[in-house]
Design a protein around this ligand. Structure first.
Ligand SMILES: Nc1ncnc2c1ncn2[C@@H]1O[C@H](COP(=O)(O)OP(=O)(O)OP(=O)(O)O)[C@@H](O)[C@H]1O
Length: 275
């Protein structure tokens, strides 16, 4: 084995491999998508309290990364810090390779990041259409394109299209969650962070929300999903899982390698962090 620091470059006396070995045969090629968002060693908190310690996570196109952990573990703090709603103490955030750590929330949104916060934070005294117009703010869409976005959202969420002039506060819980997601999508993001979108919804509506998440994944969005329903997370909803406990990342793996028992062990009993 050559030492790690030794780099061999073609053209420095080293003959290149024969042409048929320069390309990997199709059936042997494994293509991992580039991350659209890379969070590295993020630390965040409130006052003197650090709620998230050195968390790292990647969001890749067409993949759902689920962030799971018990109440108070730091999931919302992580997402809010990533979105720029909470100052970070350390770490970096890159969107499509560009360092946005020092940019305010609206500029991170302009770089393709959207957050659907916990608790359907829509403008309840405004109409459905007005909420969607506000959602476009960061995408800087105007005129007919703005109308096209609204039409697209009404197409995607027919229940909203049926009541464009209804006040958001008069919608059902499920419809408000749809509006919250539609509002985030109206900024034309590439990375979508969803903070417990199933929270407080009836099971049948939860299924609808999860179906939307699957559709968005199929369309190529890079999704970070905070979700308490771990069975659903492991049953095809997520591709990657990151477990957080007491503000620290305790496990990160592909969902297919993670079991419900592991999540329960890590989140209910914590982990043994003795050296
Ligand atoms: N605004 C705040 N001010 C002070 N401490 C806060 C604030 N928000 C959250 N915390 C604390 O930070 C820690 C992490 O909370 P956070 O809301 O991020 O957890 P969570 O995993 O999202 O929990 P939940 O599933 O209940 O939403 C907790 O100890 C919580 O009490």
């Amino acid at each position: 084995m050559p030492p790690r620091s030794l780099r061999l470059t073609w053209g420095s006396g080293i003959p290149p491999p024969p042409p048929d070995r320069l390309t990997t045969p199709e059936h042997e090629r494994v293509t991992m998508p580039e991350a659209l968002m890379t969070v590295d060693a993020l630390r965040a908190g409130y006052g003197d309290m650090i709620a998230v310690w050195d968390m790292s996570l990647q969001a890749k196109p067409g993949r759902v990364t689920a962030l799971v952990g018990r109440n108070g573990a730091g999931k919302s703090t992580f997402l809010n810090a990533v979105a720029g709603l909470l100052p970070i103490r350390a770490g970096t955030i890159k969107l499509s390779g560009e360092d946005v750590t020092r940019l305010p929330a609206h500029q991170r949104a302009s770089h393709g990041l959207a957050l659907v916060p916990e608790g359907k934070r829509i403008f309840r005294a405004m109409t459905v259409r007005e909420n969607l117009t506000i959602g476009q703010f960061n995408a800087r869409h105007k005129g007919s394109e703005g109308q096209a976005i609204i039409a697209e959202m009404f197409d995607r969420f027919p229940a909203l299209g049926d009541r464009p002039d209804a006040l958001a506060g008069s919608l059902s819980g499920g419809q408000q969650q749809m509006l919250s997601i539609a509002q985030a999508l109206s900024s034309r993001p590439s990375v979508l962070c969803l903070d417990e979108p199933s929270s407080g919804l009836a099971p049948v509506i939860v299924d609808e929300v999860f179906e939307i998440v699957r559709d968005l994944r199929a369309e190529g969005y890079a999704i970070v999903l905070v979700e308490q329903q771990v069975e659903a997370v492991l049953d095809g909803l997520a591709d990657d899982v990151v477990i957080i406990d007491q503000g620290r990342q305790v496990l990160a793996d592909e969902a297919s390698n993670v079991t419900v028992d592991q999540i329960i062990q890590a989140t209910l009993h914590g982990v043994d962090r003795r050296p």
